[in-house]
Design a protein around this ligand. Structure first.
Ligand SMILES: Cc1cc2nc3c(=O)[nH]c(=O)nc-3n(C[C@H](O)[C@H](O)[C@H](O)COP(=O)(O)OP(=O)(O)OC[C@H]3O[C@@H](n4cnc5c(N)ncnc54)[C@H](O)[C@@H]3O)c2cc1C
Length: 501
């Protein structure tokens, strides 16, 4: 099968070295600390995160039966997160593959490429919905999905508008080009000017610029209503990265930050040209607002999220248990209560996943779609569970989370004292210190704090998600209100009957 350029052949599932090579040859335009990053594979802010990303791609080939399947069009082996499942078994095979990636980072790289692979796979399956507006858009989604799958590219995405004035909608900001908007339209494509607030994992190949679901008014908001994908080195596209939480320290000192830094960036569109071939949605507010739900993208992204939640919670349970065991606090009742709390959270997430897969049904596009309610429950619950579990690590670790020598200390002049004063009930200092450094990087460090913020917000504002949940479950709520009304009526009837005796 030939590539989009019609010349080079596609290769299917990539290995880590191919990921690095492409990032070197077609670098995303990242701005960091006032300078453009020339090569993300060597820059101190990005190279460790890039290496972990590449490692995920290598993992595909270490477990090909779990991670890959045969492309229906090219014969290439391709990543399983691109599968459009027809059966329950195929659906479960996707979550098994996603779990391999999630476990590899303890769920700390929420944007492992499967997250957006599931989104784009859904958009392609729901292409007829996009084609209702313009047949080209449906065809574009299918073609782009094949391009992504057959080249195994890695995506970032951006949805929300800059946080300037949230009391008015996008179109009513003081500067009409604050939020990225359509500046002009030509026979060849459109030009976008403005910014989008955030894209996690800018150390990637291409970007999905999704519709925001907050558009309100067809006429006013139409210039902000679009969906497209473009390469991260497209002229005029700039990623302004936040300060990295990989401080260049060793794996010993910063075990998580030195490995799993995904980075986040504001995305600036400086008159970026987007060809029609890359556009899936255009100036259609109602369709933009519906696209996530109708194509199944939100469900399939949530499917990945709940798998990540399981991996992350299992990691926290292992960490907390090992801490308790190491300093011999596992016998205290409140420690057991806290361990039980994490265990219950893990089982809750597993139950949501199992229910979503067991109750999956074929959707209108012929794809086996997980049941939404358990996933919706999971995405509304986890933003509260994760900060609480981090709090538990702090409560259990106490001063052990700050009384922590560095790698340099451990091999420095105080080595003997460290050996003596950092011993634990069931570990010597050399075992105890790395464990507590890991707990620190989970619960205290900048890396750990950013994870808490991520879990609170990455899938949307929890307040507005709850509002959407209540709005969409009104028929269920009404049914349950009737049950209560019926009980109250019966009670009243009984009282009247008793009074008349
Ligand atoms: C670490 C991290 C990574 C992220 N990665 C991505 C990404 O890769 N791609 C992407 O597109 N987005 C990403 N996001 C953005 C995420 O979708 C948003 O954070 C989320 O939707 C909330 O929007 P906001 O941050 O603009 O908050 P705001 O909307 O500015 O809200 C700020 C505060 O005001 C309140 N508020 C604002 N408006 C209302 C309202 N109408 N009603 C009630 N309360 C309101 C909120 O509840 C909140 O407390 C990421 C966020 C974080 C923190």
């Amino acid at each position: 099968m030939a590539n989009l350029d019609g010349k080079s052949p596609t290769t299917g599932a990539r290995r880590g070295e191919q990921v690095l090579q492409r990032l070197r040859e077609q670098p995303p335009t990242l701005w960091y600390g006032g300078e453009q990053i020339k090569d993300v594979t060597v820059h101190p802010a990005t190279h460790n995160g890039v290496r972990s990303l590449a490692r995920l791609y290598d993992l595909q080939w270490e477990q090909p039966d779990v991670m890959l399947y045969d492309s229906p069009t090219s014969g290439n082996k391709v990543g399983r997160s691109f599968l459009q499942p027809q059966t329950h078994d195929e659906l479960r095979s996707i979550s098994r593959a996603m779990k391999v990636w999630a476990d590899a980072t303890f769920g700390m790289m929420g944007r492992s490429p499967d997250y957006l692979n599931r989104a784009m796979t859904s958009y392609a399956a729901g292409a007829p919905y996009l084609a209702e507006a313009d047949p080209r858009f449906g065809e574009n989604a299918r073609r782009y999905y094949e391009h992504l799958r057959e080249n195994d590219l890695c995506l970032t995405h951006t949805l929300i508008t800059p946080q300037a004035n949230r009391s008015v909608n996008t179109a009513r900001q003081a500067d009409p080009y604050l939020a990225a908007r359509i500046k002009e339209e030509t026979d060849a494509g459109i030009v976008i000017r403005g910014a989008r607030m955030l894209a996690t994992l800018p150390i990637s190949d291409e970007i999905m610029v999704f519709p925001s679901t907050l558009l309100k008014n067809q006429d006013e908001d139409a210039p902000y209503a679009y969906g497209f994908c473009i390469p991260n080195n497209t002229p005029g596209l700039k990623f302004l990265c936040r300060e990295s939480v990989d401080y260049g320290r060793s794996h010993y000192d910063h075990p998580l930050g030195s490995r799993f830094e995904e980075l986040d960036a504001v995305v600036i569109f400086d008159d970026v040209f987007v060809p029609w071939e890359n556009i899936f949605l255009y100036r259609d507010v109602a369709r933009c607002n519906q696209a996530y739900a109708r194509t199944g993208a939100v469900v399939n992204m949530s499917h990945q999220v709940v798998v990540k939640n399981i991996a992350k919670t299992e990691y926290l349970l292992g960490l907390a248990s090992l801490m308790a065991h190491t300093i011999a606090v596992e016998g205290f009742q409140h420690i057991q209560e806290k361990l039980a709390e994490i265990w219950v959270n893990a089982e809750t997430m597993k139950a949501f996943l199992r229910a979503a897969e067991a109750d999956a049904t074929l959707d209108e596009w012929g794809v086996m779609r997980p049941a939404w309610d358990p996933l919706d429950a999971a995405r509304n619950l986890y933003p509260r569970l994760y900060p609480r579990m981090v709090e538990i690590i702090q409560q259990m670790g106490a001063s052990g989370l700050v009384a922590m020598p560095t790698e340099a200390d451990v091999s420095g002049p105080l080595a003997e004292e460290i050996k003596r004063f950092f011993q634990a009930a069931r570990a010597d200092a050399h075992e105890r210190i790395p464990l507590f450094r890991l707990a620190w990087d989970t619960a205290i460090s900048a890396f750990g704090s950013r994870q808490v913020l991520y879990e609170r917000f990455f899938f949307g504002d929890p307040v507005r998600m709850a509002g959407a949940l209540v709005g969409s479950h009104q028929p269920q709520f009404a049914q349950l209100m009737d049950r209560v009304r019926e009980f109250l009526k019966q009670a009243k009837d009984e009282a009247v009957a008793e009074a008349s005796h």
